[in-house]
Design a protein around this ligand. Structure first.
Ligand code: HEM
Length: 417
């Protein structure tokens, strides 16, 4: 016994997606009173799903595959072509093991040391500047961290350009027009840069430090015993560098949260209970970053009475699930304490995807993200002082990815010793 999937109106809703952005799926699940509906995007049918049960079925690999799910325009900018995000089954698990092997406690400890060191020297630099464009500076800071951690050499005079390129890759994912083309140029430049470095490692002209992503990716052997092409290795190294730079967005949103909810500053500085964990989790839940993720139906199946047909594109609503009224009390309030007695679930809180790390496509860098955010935001409240001039820190829900309009400007930065 099956029932028809509720339909969105209109012949194609790509334009609505571009104007409603993060709210495109939530607006419709609320209006249609359903966690499943069907729409048309970029000339094809897409079934949008939201909520905990939706995430659970989405991460059931017997039901979904990634092949053919990521649009080419996103592969040519954000991710790189044919990278881990688009793989399935045994070859995906093997490649995922490569990423997960970099996430040991020892490597995370090292990451935190680099983050702290880079904040210290950044604050020295900023204290000589009249005004600091926080978002841009933090992206550069995270680029320095990313390259040190990944073993990728980065000259001082390249920092600005290379981090601008990483930023452009991230900034392009929901874009059409100039922002998309910037992303393409940035991808070409970044891949050329890292591929040269991978080649130098393979030729023995450059020693990649032990345990780093550069070393692991340069020498990794695929299930067929062959190394990746130097180009593919470069793409996967960038799949480490770029998302570490992306943490700069969450740190910027975290700084805005501290500004807009001043009572959280002292709580974070004191860190009673596990406040810094709650705070970071709430930043990742509350602020919009990844809007949704996609996969294709592997074989026909029925779920909650709805028929899912082989090959159909299915989009799991990330933003809407993190704000789902059945999962979160007053989801539109910023309230870190909600995480005090949060019943941990791999499917209700999915800012970086859901399910399992090793088996599925859940983000390999979730611990890196949490650690880098904690260390950074604790530094911000404990080790520096600054003024916040009047500015517009609101952000558009239509722009994907979005950012505070002012990019967060701070002044009169002083280190606290
Ligand atoms: C996958 C978000 C940081 C590495 C993903 C996915 C999302 C995501 C939504 C896809 C989940 C899916 O489709 O099921 C984020 C956000 C980050 C972040 C919002 C914060 C800035 C990182 C970091 C790293 C990283 C720091 C590495 C150091 C990866 C990799 C994948 C991935 C390798 C592909 C996993 C796979 O396909 O199996 N991330 N991520 N991410 N992320 Fe992250």
């Amino acid at each position: 016994e099956t029932r028809p999937i509720p339909r969105d109106k209109g012949v194609d809703n790509t334009l609505a997606l571009m104007t409603e952005g993060y709210l495109f799926i939530p607006n419709r699940t609320r209006q249609l009173k359903t966690d499943v509906f069907q729409t048309r995007l970029l000339g094809q049918t897409a079934v949008c799903i939201a909520g905990e049960e939706a995430a659970r079925v989405f991460y059931d690999e017997s039901k979904f595959r990634r092949r053919g799910a990521v649009p080419k325009r996103v592969q040519k900018t954000l991710m790189g072509e044919k990278a881990i995000q688009t793989m399935d089954d045994a070859s995906h698990k093997h490649r995922k093991q490569l990423f997960m092997s970099l996430m040991t406690p020892e490597r995370l400890r090292l990451l935190n040391i680099y983050v702290t060191e880079e904040w210290r020297s950044a604050v020295e630099r900023w204290s000589t500047m009249e005004e600091v464009l926080f978002f841009k500076e933090v992206e550069e800071l995270m680029m320095r961290v990313a390259c040190r951690w990944a073993g990728v050499p980065l000259r001082e005079n390249e920092v600005e350009m290379r981090s601008r390129d990483m930023g452009a890759l991230i900034d392009s994912f929901g874009a059409a027009g100039p922002r998309h083309w910037k992303g393409r140029t940035a991808r070409k430049q970044s891949e050329d840069w890292v591929e040269k470095i991978v080649k130098a490692v393979r030729k023995g002209k450059l020693q990649a430090p032990n345990g780093t992503a550069l070393q692991a990716m340069a020498w990794y052997k695929q299930p067929n015993e062959k190394k990746m092409t130097t180009h593919m290795a470069a793409i996967e190294v960038i799949n480490i560098l770029r998302p570490i730079v992306a943490i700069g967005r969450y740190i910027t949103f975290g700084a805005i949260a501290l500004h807009e909810h001043p009572e959280t500053r002292e709580k974070l500085a004191a860190n009673r209970g596990d406040y810094s964990q709650w705070f970071v989790q709430e930043v990742r839940r509350y602020y919009p970053f990844g809007p949704f993720t996609g996969a294709r139906v592997r074989e026909n199946f029925v779920w909650q009475g709805y028929h899912f047909r082989k090959g159909t594109l299915v989009l799991l609503d990330i933003y809407g699930t993190n704000h789902h009224p059945e999962l979160w009390v007053q989801p539109e309030e910023f309230r870190p304490e909600r995480f005090r007695d949060w019943k941990e679930s791999p499917f209700s809180f999915i800012p970086q995807g859901g399910g399992e790390y090793d088996l599925g496509h859940r983000c390999a860098g979730e611990w890196v993200t949490i650690e880098a955010m904690k260390t950074s935001l604790e530094f911000l409240v404990r080790k520096m002082e600054y003024d916040v001039p009047d500015q517009d820190v609101s952000y558009s829900m239509a722009r994907m990815p979005t950012l505070p309009k002012s990019r967060f400007v701070i002044r009169n930065v002083r280190p606290v010793r």
